[in-house]
Design a protein around this ligand. Structure first.
Ligand code: AQP
Length: 354
């Protein structure tokens, strides 16, 4: 049965990349299949965090989900730490995943930096928790930005190894589902599905406004590098005005952007916000200088984001309502994850006391 799962970390400074690469894409999917959208607060503590801020940033991501148009009556919205099955399945997956697999993860290498010995074990195991998030619901579809591709491949590897290692138990207990894509590497019955990454559209990797080779990121020390979802219209316009560019006018074809990462990024943002293709944007602005394109982009960004920012601020004025949405979602999420974990425990051979 198809099911979509995705999450956003409550690490502050939600930005346009999080919105276009992930949150905006969550909205239409809620009408296509059962959908679960999580605020992944357990992931947020893998790097140094301030406990005094975590509840606020968790509510902020929830407000962004709601303001973007996710309907909590259709989709399940909750925060990860309220559903214990995530942490429990992550432990099982820590015993399935190999150290070699995790050592190859580029996000760990980037976030741990040079002082790897000092990184938390949680940061190293981040992808096994992500696999647990997805597979606790046996989700089949995961919309994310391009930076999460490697983690999704690892999720498939973990599911595959679990299905193989415990194929006999899965069969004996009658807990398998027929493998929809039979292959020599997999048994004919699976407990965990092989998840489909959904990385598509013009905004899978929005880049920093200050450096077209770095992705727009919550943790970039320069606030000018990103458009935050709670920026005012003036701040958005200023950041776009100050965005790094080159002196050339816009070309008429995509080929002309190949060596111009900053220009390509702004064209991509315009395309994603307007719903047009990048080619269509270039044919509209071919030959125009940035002094024409940037104000047009700023107007478009303000038009699209201001209503959402207003709605987020309105929602955040009533934290009780946001908390109730999360509590209700956590209850509904547990109803799905609980039975999956009960079966996973049986497959692992744990003695059941209660
Ligand atoms: N620049 C981006 N362009 C497109 N999509 C992006 N995403 C993140 N940055 C971009 C997508 O947003 C979703 C939630 O991301 P996350 O909260 O897990 O954070 P992250 O991927 O680690 O990225 P950030 O926002 O840059 O945080 P920090 O600075 O803490 O690393 C994911 O689907 C992600 O792909």
């Amino acid at each position: 049965q198809p099911r979509v799962f995705s999450g956003v970390q409550p690490t502050g400074n939600l930005h346009l990349g999080n919105y276009l690469g992930a949150i905006a894409r969550f909205v239409p999917l809620q009408d296509e299949m059962p959908a679960i959208y999580c605020v992944v607060d357990l992931h947020a503590i893998t790097v140094k965090h301030d406990p005094a801020l975590l509840a606020g940033t968790t509510r902020e991501v929830t407000a962004a989900y709601l303001a973007a148009g996710i309907d909590p009556k259709k989709a399940i919205i909750f925060n990860q730490s309220q559903v214990r099955e995530h942490a429990e399945l992550a432990w099982i997956f820590n015993c399935i995943a190999r150290i070699g697999w995790l050592s190859r993860m580029t996000q760990f290498k980037e976030k741990a930096g040079k002082n790897r010995e000092n990184a938390s074990v949680g940061l190293f195991a981040y992808p096994t928790l992500m696999a647990a998030d997805i597979l606790a619901y046996r989700a089949t579809h995961v919309p994310v930005g391009d930076d999460q591709k490697q983690h999704l491949e690892l999720t498939r590897d973990i599911a595959q190894k679990f299905n193989n290692d415990f194929a006999d138990q899965i069969k004996e207990l009658g807990l398998g589902i027929p493998n929809p894509t039979p292959s020599p590497e997999l048994p004919d019955e699976l407990f965990f599905p092989l998840t489909e990454p959904m990385i598509a559209g013009p905004a899978t990797r929005i880049m920093s406004l200050r450096d077209g080779t770095k992705k727009m990121s919550k943790s970039d020390p320069s606030d000018l590098s990103r458009i935050n979802l709670r920026d005012s219209a003036e701040e958005i316009a200023k950041k776009i005005r100050k965005a790094k560019t080159d002196p050339e006018p816009l070309p008429s074809e995509m080929d002309g952007l190949a060596e111009r990462p900053e220009a390509a990024n702004l064209v991509g943002i315009y395309a994603a916000l307007s719903g047009k293709s990048k080619d269509a944007v270039l044919s509209e602005f071919a030959g125009q200088p940035f002094s024409v394109f940037k104000p047009a982009l700023a107007d478009l960004a303000v038009d699209k984001l201001a209503p959402m920012t207003g709605e987020m601020n309105r929602l955040l004025a009533d934290p009780g309502h946001i908390d109730a949405v999360l509590r209700d979602g956590a209850g509904r999420a547990s109803e799905i994850a609980g039975p999956v974990l009960r079966d996973a425990r049986r497959i692992m051979g744990f003695l059941e006391g209660r």
